[in-house]
Design a protein around this ligand. Sequence first.
Ligand SMILES: [Zn+2]
Length: 404
Amino acid sequence: MKPSAAYYDYSVAAPFAARILSIREAGAAMAVILDTTIFYPEGGGQGADRGTINGVPLLDVQEEGDEILHLVSAEDAARLSPGPAELLLDAPRRRDFTVHHTAQHLLSGTILRLTGKPTVSMRLGEDICTIDVDAPELTPDALIAVEEAAADVIEADVPVIIHLCPPENVRDFPLRKTPPTGEDVIRVVEIQGKDFSPCCGTHLTSTGPIGILKILEAEKYKGMTRIIFAAGRRALRDYRLLRQNGDRISRALKMPVSGIGSGVLALVDRANQLEKEVKELKEAAAHTRAEALLREAGVLAGKNEPGRVYVFLLPGVGMEETLRIGRAAQKLSPAILILGSEKEGKFAAFCSAKGTDLRPLLKGRLEAANGRGGGGPSLFQGAFDSREKLKAFLEAIPRNIDDL
Ligand SMILES: [Zn+2]
């Protein structure tokens, strides 16, 4: 805690008078040093404040040694000079962090009280707030019990008391975590009678304004449990979004919101089943089409001559279906089968006969015809920028392997 810092006592969006003492380079940005500040520097898991100095926006606020660096862009820094300055805090952002920081104390304290498991780290971000609890698992029932117990403390609007304590006396408090060393004064944040934690962040003066504390997710993380939570208006916004989505799904499924979880799961099962059936039908249709093509060309089992090349141009058939028909045909004949998708200007060549490599047979010819493509010994694909080029390419292919 800096003796000159005013950020603990000031959290409103009204101009605050201070003085710029100096401005100096700090990496790619410029650092403004003030005689006092209302901007909280990043620390103790809480993000830095934002706001403006004489209208210049802050990029970040960091503590370095005994100084607090107010970082601004080099371009903006040129507009500032030592002397009187008006500071303006981004109060909604501060409020959001303050609510979440107080909620975090309540959450960690409640988990410790109900499960005996300590919080080992925390992070309050603009979008996500997390705590890591030293427990391999916390059951859904335990998490609900924590939420309910926290709601009791919020409803009771329990005072939050800040104790400024000399280090030698800090052990008088039943602290939830180890106090820092090397400080002249240790700040102990107490949720009256319920939780004592050394902390340098900003906090509410009582638990009521937390409003709501909701655990959003609990996931395994490095042998511990990482809990994502939201409080206050952030929880309200989260609830609004979920409710909007829930209502849309409810209307689409024609069932109450309370039943949409099982409703969606049943729908997904049905979609998976239908997808499987469609795939089977497509395969069966491809097999029938392949049989017909081969029969028309006289390629039925046993009748094909060794080394024959059969070319089929399929009008109105996309490449995906062409490949499916080709794979089915390949199972019925060891001949070289080349199928063209006239619609897409592409072709695929198949050969299931061992010892036959399609690449030397097709690669040079494809390049000479300005096509692109490639493949392996038994499947080779190519594409042209027009269906006319594909047709010309397919027509020019010799019908016997020895002529290729
Ligand atoms: Zn705190």
